[in-house]
Design a protein around this ligand. Structure first.
Ligand code: CO
Length: 215
């Protein structure tokens, strides 16, 4: 890419912002003035960093309505201070009602984790996905079609990340205090934009397994 192309693509970003500023200026509902005072989102979205899965657009949410954390392959890693900080703030300060872990079909991170190729430093992050494979190796080994195998790993990965979230002290303690916090696992079909519910919703620690429940 030449210098001109670089400037052109940067200008597109700045022009895009001008359009947005015009839109905000024309809005007479007062919602942007209100948003400047503070945020009260009811949803925490934990999704993939992939550019094709924008949290707000996919859920019909406007600015102020969804708190977002994204990383490669929508992982909830127990020791990830970034994710834990977002989770703690969303649950204990914003008091969100819903948390959605959103995977997506066609996820490059999942495909890379299924391969034996090295991809650089990211391999260490994707090892967490390989851990998910190990838990479900029997089922996944039996799927011969590679595309089907990828799709299933996308789903199973979401389910495991939901369990990882539910076993954090943050979620566990929140459930001791309130009953209006649900953790959902969903998958986005990037062809249609549909958000598919995997029906792995938890609203209490009822079925997550005794060892994960703190006294
Ligand atoms: Co992805």
């Amino acid at each position: 890419m030449g210098k001109n192309d670089l400037e052109k693509s940067f200008r597109k970003i700045i022009e895009g912002n001008k359009d947005w500023v015009d839109f905000v200026k024309k809005d007479t509902s007062g919602r942007f003035e209100q948003l400047a005072q503070g945020q009260h989102p009811e949803l925490l979205w934990i999704g993939c960093a992939d550019s094709r899965v924008p949290a707000n657009e996919l859920t019909g949410n406007r600015p102020g309505e969804v708190f977002v954390h994204r990383n490669i392959a929508n992982m909830c890693v127990h020791s990830d201070m970034n994710m834990l900080s977002v989770l703690d703030f969303a649950v204990n300060t914003l008091h969100v009602k819903h948390i959605i872990v959103a995977g997506h079909y066609g996820c490059g991170g999942i495909a890379a984790a299924l391969s034996r190729q090295q991809h650089g430093i990211i391999d260490n992050w994707l090892s967490h996905v390989k851990d998910v494979y190990r838990i479900h190796a029997k089922e996944l080994d039996a799927i011969e079609d590679i595309e089907e195998k990828k799709k299933r790993l996308v789903e199973l990965n979401v389910e495991e990340q939901v369990l990882n979230l539910c076993s954090t002290s943050i979620i566990q303690n929140a459930w001791k205090e309130r009953h209006n916090l649900a953790v959902h696992g969903m998958v986005i079909d990037i062809c249609t934009g549909e958000l598919i519910d995997l029906n792995t919703t938890f609203t209490s620690n009822g079925s997550i397994g005794e060892i994960f429940v703190y006294d």
